[in-house]
Design a protein. Sequence first.
Length: 367
Amino acid sequence: MEAVRRDGELSGLDAHLAVSRGGFALDLALTAAPGEVVALLGPNGAGKTTALRALAGLTRLSEGHLRLDGEVLEDPAARVRVPTEQRPVGVVFQDYLLFPHLSALDNVAFGLRTHGRRKADARAEARQWLERVGLADHAGARPGALSGGQAQRVALARALAPQPRLLLLDEPMAALDARTRLEVRTTLRRHLAAFEAVAVLVTHDPLDAMVLADRLVVLEQGLAIQEGPPAEIARHPRSDYIARLVGLNLFRGTADGHLVELDASREVAAEGTVLAADDAHTGPVFVAFPPAAVTVHGSRPDTSARNQWPVTVVGMELHGDQVRLDLAGPLRLTADLTPAAVAELAIGEGSEVWAAVKAAQTRAYPA
C-alpha cells in the first residue's frame, strides 16, 4: 500500500533504499500507509537488516530517498540527511538493548527524555506506558530481573512512548522460547493494531509475519522478489525460499493445458518430468502442493492419482506430530506421514518407495 494523502499532506512511508556495501547491493522500493504493518522476509544475507538500518538512519543511503509523512529524511542526490536522533523513528532491537543500570520505568522514560521531555513528565508518561503493556508492577525492576517477554514489552513501550511515525522491529521475538513467544505475539499484535503510523517488521519466522503483518515483502539478494498480503504469498509462492517457509512443494515449468513439463534442474526435477495439475494454463507456471498431499506406497500404487514417481527416502525428521520425508527421484519433494504409517511401511533413509499426488490437490498459477 502506498503512502496516502491526509488533509492535503502526504502521510506514510515512501522510500527507495539503495545501499551498496562491499560486494552487496540493496535496491528496495518500499511504501506503506499509516496504520499498515509491513514484514520483510528473506534468507540470511538477503538485505533485511540493511533495509531496517537504512530506515532507522543507522546506514547511509548510496542512492534513492527516504520520505516520511512528506518530510525528506534522506536524499543523497539533494545532499539531505536528517540526523538519526532527530528522526521520528522508534526501534525495537532483537536483543532489546535495555540499559541494565536503569529500571523498567527509567528505560521507557529515556526514550521520552531524548525527545526533550522533562524528567518528571517523562517518568509519569512512562508509567502509563508500562500499564498499557501490563508491567505496572515491574516499574522498579531492572532488565536483569525481567523475563524475556517482559523485557520485550519494556523495549516496545520505550519505542512507542515518543509516538514515532515509523516503528521498526528487528526480530522482536527471536530471543523468546515458544511458550513466551505465543503470549508476546498476541500482545504485540494488539499494540500494532492500535498503532496509527507505519510499522516495519523484520523476521525469519513465517508465523510471526503471517499473524502480525498486513503485507509481506520477500527479499533475496537485495531485491524484492514477491510482495502482497500474507494469504496471497502463502497460496502462490514464487521462490523455493517462500515455499519452504509456508511448507509447500514448489516447481516451475511450462504448461500445456493441465500438463506441466517441469524445468530441468539437478536439485529439483529431472529433464522430461511432467506433472498433471488441476488448473489449466499455457506457458510458464508454478505448481505447488503441500507435503500432506503426497501419499507414499511400498510399490507402484493402483490409484487414480495421475502423478506417480519412484523415489528414494533421503531424509526423515519429526515435524509436529508428523514425520516429514525428503524424497528424491524424477523430482525432489517432501511428504508428511504419521509415525504409524512410517512404521507400517518400514520406511527408513535409503528406502525405495513410490510417491503419488492427485492433480486435484495441486495448484498451478502463472510464473
